[in-house]
Design a protein around this ligand. Sequence first.
Ligand code: SAM
Length: 239
Amino acid sequence: SDHQLTYPISPDHMDWAEYYPAFISPEPNPVSESTAVPAAPSTPKKLTRQVEVADIGCGFGGLLVSLAPELPDTLLLGMEIRAQVAEYVQERVKALRVQNSGTELYQNAGCVRANTMKFLPNFFNKSQLSKIFLCFPDPHFKARKHKARIVSTTLNSEYAYVVRPGGIVYTITDVEDLHNWMVSHFDAHLSFERVSEEEQEADKCVAIMRTETEEGKKVERNKGKKFVALFRRIENPPW
Ligand code: SAM
């Protein structure tokens, strides 16, 4: 349960350097603007860039490690609630770095244990992300369990907060009912618009999302259907 989860009190308190050591900024930590007091020695080291892509409920990390070489200049973060699974993904990334030592490959991937339904704004600032992936989320079939779904009016507002205008939320599921649920909740949200099928199919991340997650591979083996929908974060309406 949550009392065992560790999470930063704000995005600036997160020690990203641990996850992306190749991206630690050589600059000393800046003086805090609000207090004009030099940062305390315990202040986390800054990175040269921020995390921009989040794979929410990343499971065993198949998407993360497939996307990382495709987006070499972007920091990607898997987020997973199961402690051992999150640890496995972080070890998987470290092993890939060792196998590819002498290159930059996989330096841009990391994984944290997190309950994203509760603590997403603790990890990311407003408009920080350019992409969020929601791949094969748990369907929670029963009506009384629908509140546990990771797409809802409230959570979509959190996604709208952390995703920048123009950024994309990617969804895929093999459960048609859940697909319809996700589409109706994003369609109803003023901060999102559905991406056209043409644009969707031209996006290289969509092909990767269809084939590279562990759950997607399972659906493939069982010859199941996969339903994809993408939503663009639009500028806030002018009122
Ligand atoms: N995305 C992966 C894939 O496509 O292979 C995993 C899909 S699996 C069906 C759903 C994952 O979401 C599980 O690994 C589960 O532990 C994780 N999860 C469920 N609720 C979560 C939450 N609130 N925060 C983070 N991860 C969560």
